[in-house]
Design a protein around this ligand. Sequence first.
Ligand code: HEC
Ligand code: HEC
Length: 836
Amino acid sequence: VPNRLAISLLAVLFLCRYVTAQDADRGKLDFFESKVRPLLFSKCTECHSAEKQEGNLRLDSREAILKGGDYGPALKAGAPDESWIVKATRYDHDDLKMPPTGKLAQGEIDTIAKWVADGAAWPASSAPTVDPTGKPTSPVVDANFWAFQPVKPQAAPEVADAAWPKSAIDRFILARLEQAKLRPTSDASRATLVRRLTFDLTGLPPAPADVEAFVNDVDSRAIEELVDRLLASPAFGERFGRHWLDVTYFADTTGIGRRTPLNDAWRYRDYVIAAFNGDMPYDQFTREQIAGDQLPAADDATKERQLTATGFVVLGPWHHFDMDREKLTMDVVDLQIDALGRTFMGLTLGCARCHDHKFDPITAKDYYALAGIFKSTKTINGSSVNLTDLPQSTEEVQAHAAAKQAWENHEKGLTTEKDEAAKKIGELGKQIASLNEPPQPVSTTPGPTDGPDEKSIAEEKRELEKEIKKLRGRIGQIDGDLSFWRQVTPTAKRAFSAADREAPADVKINLRGNVHVLGEVSPRGFPEVIRWEGAPSPNLAKSGRLELANWLADPRHPLAARVYVNRLWKHLFGAGLVPTADNFGSRGDRPSHPELLDYLAGRLVELDWSTKALVREMILTRTYQLDSRVVPECAAVDPDNKLLWRMSPRRLEAEAIRDSVLAVSGQLDLTRGGPTLPITRANLHINTPSFLEDDAKIEPHVKNRRSVYQPIMRGSLFRDLDVLTLFDFADPDQIVAVRAATTVPTQSLFLLNSDFIKEAAQAIAKGTLSAPDRDDSARVRDIYLKLFGRAPSEAETGVAAEYLNSLGMADAAQRENAWTEYCRALLISAEFLYRR
Ligand code: HEC
Ligand code: HEC
């Protein structure tokens, strides 16, 4: 039952919104361009455009669709069920079935319906016509666009208030503020800082003792020590590793619509976490993920790490079954190119699959030059993903052999039992048959002629049949056991990883993206617009992935470092200097501080591509340590805080919310790494045990671990992880550079009603009630420190007392209930869910 305190606290949630309308529109237009327009073009416009208007309908502009044809308007934005353009394609109307030549694939129908439901976005202006034959059409933006220029060395600018900046970064920020005649707000309190820092670097709230220590430490180096301690904690890799996984397709299953478990996918996740914890230089991190399998390795550990790293390339939302093998292959390649572009370069390369990129200087030829590299790479393998054996130590070889032996023994036990049961059934059947035979006179000599009487024969038969039934039941059970058992065959140590195909080859341009309508060969290579003296080119005897990796990890690459430092900036400041973190092209945002972006990109290289060192520099700025208080004069000029006159407060990410709730209630299990996918008999599909059930459950020993270690299922996450889904956790089928941060009523309802929150509240209540030497106001103080990283004000202590008493504190049960309700209200308060 919702309570009043909770509701008044929740109200605060709705005051903050982060997804701007602009972001949402951009997403919708991208969806239109990549999915809807190609579909209308290939399936409808031959009969519904300038040349031909069947039913008096054109489908080549939004206006025309709105106007409609003989049936009236073909589109009602937001209402797919009332739009002819959707109804016709569903094929359930008596007369109108479109296209008349055959029903669209379900996914295509869903695409149109989703587009209509989302408001039927269609860009206002039209770009030049398409020439998808490989000849470059002139893109709207030419090669002089800022993002393709080399990173320029930048000196920090002069500022009027020379006393304010603590670092070079601060000077870039202050100079822009001064230009706009604004002043940064005041510095954050130490209590705010310790909570902010701990969340940003570890994704967890600070422990009360750490808060008190930091708040009371007047040493000026205290903050540096805190930052260093947090950067060194394994929670840092878990935090930043999860950020990175957002821009990969990592999940523990493969396949669309079927959840085929990938038992070894976790190795890639652990690789990423270890890379951040070990502060692997970003250029190396790039190289290993793209082409680790092609890199030389001095020892087994390196080999293992490098092979595992290529999980980036091979794990993805692949279709594994399509009659059209070529299309299937090229669809996988397409997703790989898109990930490569968005993740490492901030480019939407996928837009050049069917025509030259309409907005950026990327041609279809460039696209197919990359396609040749990925097509020459082994990715999928039947219904699974390419696997490679990892080097094994002698102990591992022995352990594997022992596991295999045990597995075989168990299997043999089961099959033997099954065979024996079958044999027994045969024997029992014979016995029944013999009972059925008319009693044969044993001899002609007279003697006792009466055989067993009728009644006992019937009884004996019943007994035998009962036994047969029991045996049949047992055989059924054994079959189930066996088919499960065969899903859990012990395997040698192995990883999903990329490998070059035996016969690497260039591919021909697929005209308009059609894999069967081919243009000229596009020799393997890298987008032409990104070039520098001595840039590598692909080794055509192999796939070319190694050179691609080296090309991406080169300090002269204009986008690699810029895109990465922008991500780091975003993790700390809430938004990137280029807010569209995966689109540095002309349709993305321009950098708010172009010089600072280049300065940071340069710093990254100077710091030997060290993530930790650069993060440290960003944090030890006055800018990062600003308060989040609103200054009305600044807000009037720069409401979105693009110029960074304050620290933008933000809602915690899904995993930080979940992990924090577990942490403050003492339930968090800090076990790290290893397999977590729940391959249990109950979780595997009953008829097709190579798939997970839709409602598979996470195993108890995994359930309270940090979110980054929870198994990730494609399609929809495990039910146990509803809290993640609700708070905009990244969809593993997408490259998610900027997560949505929605605030919708379902979230509050979830929080109010969820067992997850209730149990946590109860655990906190029990904990505080059993703590010795505590009166109620000390308890309130403990809880505030734990949840909010600060002591309560007198007024807050007063409110707490009033609230607790209003619920009744007469006996132990009432007290526990009152404290539980109180803790629940605090757990779902904005203060707990936000980092300021
Ligand atoms: C091969 C030609 C052809 C193709 C391809 C085709 N249509 Fe049609 N469409 C027709 C004809 C013919 C009619 C008129 C049918 C009628 O009036 O019963 C029509 C009528 C319609 C109408 C009703 C228009 C009106 O108000 O009278 C809609 C809506 C429609 N089509 C949608 C689509 C969509 C969406 C596609 C692509 C997915 C499509 N059509 C593809 C031939 C085609
Ligand atoms: C699967 C193929 C395909 C993909 C992928 C694709 N498009 Fe297109 N696009 C088309 C087709 C087909 C047309 C219509 C061509 C025509 O009218 O001649 C088109 C037209 C366009 C137009 C209008 C051109 C004009 O002359 O008016 C724009 C703009 C556009 N696409 C942008 C994009 C963007 C941006 C992306 C990536 C987000 C993208 N496209 C991805 C197939 C595709």
